[in-house]
Design a protein around this ligand. Structure first.
Ligand code: LLP
Length: 411
């Protein structure tokens, strides 16, 4: 057996053992991806992309720190071994649960709005803070994930920074960090412009600044032939800026990257069982019906995102353009769709009930965005370790627990 046949056999085995839909993460891919960021002074993993404990632990072991955005993520990061000093809490607002935890653990906060400074001063007392800057422009693989510009809710508007500096000072907060994240799925068109904008911010906070974070958002090439993100060029530009600013300030600034997707996207596949096939008789309108749906992985529905779909191993069967659709009672429950729901069939063979399909590159924002819509379970998650052995890392979450609680409340 060659290595791809071995991997197919392993996938078939874990699907048999743990059921489908099933996420499978390869931790050796996560570790390899982390090494690509070695040139930055520090790498801060955005936990929202994939918060499975085994994934978090692998990243911590590899030397990453983490960025958390909710009380739940703080608890997960702690369980994976991250110390409070290794976490940064990023938000534009702080809810009550987060205030309690951030205060207890004295987490460093990356504040995305001026009003958060009051929260930070109240829950953590005087100390250090980072400011997330909205430089006035943004970029992303979809409008929904563009986080810079006048219509984004994220970050402190660049023109407000002088006033925010005064406010921070009045509250006893030292601005030691500046952060920018203009969107997710960046192609790199705005790197120079972002650096330039951050340069003005660096000058404003020159007395207290220690760190600059260039955020995450680096795109991943999901479709065959799509160009990979130029991480080397991106790092080069930011490192040159770091050195320039350090010279101007007369002391070393550190540069941090905050990727989510690029660390985990290609580490994950979603295995799903074919439950039937049907056709309207029209070109490209044959449907493979599978047990995963947008409750298991919502990216195609939400963003028209492309994810390659294949059988477990290349088996030489003839293919035709096929749609792959899930079990939910909603016509948008289709994995093969582009923007605005446009049909985007993929080449797949005719398949029998019980065969398995694999949806690729779902390690980022796959399981993390799954739901229990239609009262279905959240999928289980399996990890493959460095020794090539697979183990269950999260059991499926069945909403029946919730059902029991609701039954008790029925009058
Ligand atoms: N830092 C901050 C402050 C962020 O808001 C995010 C992502 C990241 C870092 C990591 O971005 P990444 O490197 O993963 O692109 N659900 C969408 C992506 C939403 C991203 C939210 N923030 C998707 O499936 O494409």
């Amino acid at each position: 057996m060659d290595s791809s046949q071995q991997r197919a056999a392993l996938h078939a085995e874990v699907a048999r053992l743990h059921g489908t839909p099933l996420y499978v993460y390869d931790l050796s891919v996560v570790r390899r991806n982390l090494k690509r960021f070695a040139r930055f002074d520090s790498v801060r993993y955005a936990v929202k992309a994939n918060s499975n404990l085994a994934v978090l632990r692998a990243l911590r072991e590899g030397g990453a720190r983490c960025e958390v955005v909710s009380a739940g993520e703080i608890e997960r990061a702690r369980a994976a071994g991250f110390t409070p000093g290794e976490m940064v809490y990023t938000a534009d607002l702080m809810d009550r649960r987060a205030r309690a935890l951030v205060g207890d653990l004295k987490l460093h906060v990356n504040a995305g709005s001026a009003s958060m400074l009051e929260d930070v001063a109240t829950v953590c007392g005087p100390g250090q803070v980072t400011l997330r800057v909205n430089p006035g422009f943004g970029e992303g693989h979809d409008r929904k994930v563009t986080t810079g510009g006048a219509h984004s809710k994220h970050g402190i508007w660049h023109e407000e920074l002088p006033a925010v500096r005064d406010r921070a000072e009045a509250l006893g907060l030292r601005v030691t960090g500046l952060h920018v994240h203009i969107g997710s799925g960046l192609e790199g068109r705005f790197v120079e412009r972002t650096v330039e904008s951050m340069g003005s911010a660096v000058a404003l906070f020159s007395e207290t600044l220690e760190r600059v974070s260039c955020g995450g958002g680096m795109s991943f090439p999901y479709a065959p032939g799509e160009e990979a993100f130029d991480l080397e060029g991106f790092a080069e530009t930011w490192l040159a800026a770091r050195d320039r600013w350090s010279r101007e300030l007369g002391r070393p600034l550190t540069l941090e990257a905050e990727p989510g997707r690029l660390l985990v996207a290609d580490a994950g596949v979603l295995l799903t069982e074919v439950c039937g096939m049907k056709s309207t008789g029209r070109e490209g309108a044959t449907f493979l019906l599978v047990d995963a749906g947008f409750h298991s992985m919502i990216r195609p529905l939400l963003y028209g995102a492309f994810h390659r779909i294949s059988t477990l191993a290349e088996d030489g069967r003839p293919t035709t353009p096929k749609m792959v659709a899930g079990p939910l009672c909603e016509s948008s429950d289709v994995f093969t769709q582009g923007k605005e729901g446009a049909p985007a069939p993929q080449a797949l063979p005719d398949m029998e009930r019980g065969e398995l399909l694999m949806i690729h590159d779902v390690g980022a924002y796959g399981a993390a965005m799954a739901s229990c819509y239609n009262s279905r379970s959240l999928p289980a998650e399996v990890v493959i370790g460095d020794d090539g052995a697979a183990s269950l890392a999260r059991p499926a979450i069945n909403p029946n627990h919730q059902l029991e609680l609701e039954k008790e409340l029925l009058p």
